[in-house]
Design a binder for this molecule. Structure first.
Ligand SMILES: [Fe+2]
Length: 197
């Protein structure tokens, strides 16, 4: 059963860009070395906090923000008292979780690949996705990271894709609905409210 939403009147305001993506990290300094020293992002905040935002839950943790040159951030939580799940930092399948940061040219993409490998990290690609070309690697926290270069035809290709997208979803739903029905569990309420920071 897939969820239905109530119709909402009027147009929504604009969502303009990513402000930040947030992940758990094993260790603040290890993550800083990777994102600042290897990838060159700017460490812009390392907040040492005692309370989970929006709750009264006491928690001593660090919240890190790294800025890309376009102004978007990737953020991490270092929560030393929540390291009990041995699978927490296992490498996640890219379908389940990955994020992509943009680079300006194919030369930059290849320069990053060489740099990442020189740092001792496996780096796959470049893969040609038609509208972009990408390299892939894992950060120290099991998060798959993609660096991608938009090919010059990016906008034209995406315009063609956009024209076909709704009909593709309709056909996809028809093709897969029955197969998924038995496996797709209903979405339940959040069990632990104070983990939503
Ligand atoms: Fe991707």
């Amino acid at each position: 059963m897939i969820r239905q939403y109530h119709p909402v009147a009027g147009k929504p305001p604009a969502v303009s860009s990513v402000h930040h993506l947030a992940f758990r990290c094993r260790d603040a300094e290890e993550t800083r070395r990777f994102y600042e020293d290897v990838l060159g992002l700017e460490l812009t905040a390392a907040l040492a906090l005692d309370e989970v935002s929006g709750t009264n839950a006491h928690e001593r943790y660090m919240h890190l923000f790294f800025r890309m040159t376009g102004g978007d951030f990737v953020a991490f939580f270092d929560a030393p008292d929540h390291l009990d799940d041995p699978k927490q930092f296992d490498r996640k399948w890219g379908f389940d979780q990955h994020f992509a940061m943009a680079v300006d040219s194919r030369e930059d993409l290849l320069a990053f690949q060489a740099r990442i490998r020189e740092a001792g990290v496996t780096c796959l690609g470049p893969l040609d996705h038609h509208f972009c070309q990408s390299i892939y690697f894992y950060d120290p926290n099991g998060v798959q990271v993609e660096l991608t270069w938009r090919v010059p035809q990016h906008e034209a290709i995406m315009a063609d894709e956009k024209a076909a997208a709704r009909e593709r979803i309709r056909a996809w739903s028809e093709e897969t609905r029955e197969r998924k029905a038995a496996r797709l569990k209903p979405v339940g309420p959040l069990k632990v409210a104070d983990k939503s920071a």
